[in-house]
Design a protein. Structure first.
Length: 210
């Protein structure tokens, strides 16, 4: 089973990818991870990517697609894979198709912007030990203090309201059109975000006929 997970930043794609990876016994291909691995292993494509990154530039789509192409050709992807982090744009989706990288299903996790804002802006992290909290869902025993080490809890730049708002705007403009792109190909399955992580996983598996 070859899958793509779509959804706004903070929709829980990474968490669901980890769960599906175990449930379906197929690897999750995170573009960030394979990019780092290709650079570490000094592959020709990895060296090209590193040159762009060192120059402070975005790695071009064709290099990203080449890296994914190499990765899905590996033995552990023979039974399928879950793509996490790509495609982000119609151009990337078209490039994947051109490279012969095809999918069985595209799952879109549907969640409101309000829920995302609440979820992400409520996150706090211990600046000392890195333990994560949430002001509503997983609050610390003492406000602003880590339960584990007593360190100070801080809000990461990524979780600040203005940053989250900007990331959502970029998602709606660049990534959301992919839903239409894959719906036209009969691949899109929309899954409403559920009150718990486990319930969302069940809804995804149900949509996949599992």
């Amino acid at each position: 089973m070859k899958l793509i997970l779509l959804g706004a930043p903070g929709a829980g794609k990474g968490t669901q990818a980890d769960i599906l990876c175990k449930e379906l016994n197929i690897p999750t291909i995170s573009t960030g991870n394979i990019l780092r691995a290709a650079i570490k292993n000094g592959t020709p494509v990895g060296m090209q990517a590193e040159a762009y990154m060192k120059a402070g530039k975005l790695v071009p789509d064709e290099i990203i697609i080449d890296i994914i192409h190499d990765r899905v050709a590996e033995a552990d992807c023979a039974e399928g894979y879950i793509l996490d982090g790509v495609p982000r744009t119609i151009a990337q989706a078209e490039a994947l198709e051109k490279a012969g990288i095809v999918f069985d299903d595209v799952i879109s996790i549907e969640i409101s912007d309000e829920t995302i804002m609440e979820r992400m802006t409520g996150r706090r992290v211990c600046e000392h030990c890195g333990t994560s909290y949430h002001l509503v869902a997983v609050p610390p025993k003492t406000p602003g203090v880590c339960d584990k080490c007593g360190g100070k809890l801080v809000q990461r730049h990524d979780d600040e309201p203005e940053t989250v708002k900007h990331r959502l705007e970029v998602y709606h403009k660049e990534t959301e059109p992919l839903k239409d792109f894959y719906a036209k190909r009969g691949l899109l399955k929309s899954v409403e975000n559920q009150p718990t992580v486990a319930a969302t996983s069940q809804a995804i598996l149900h949509a996949l006929g599992r």
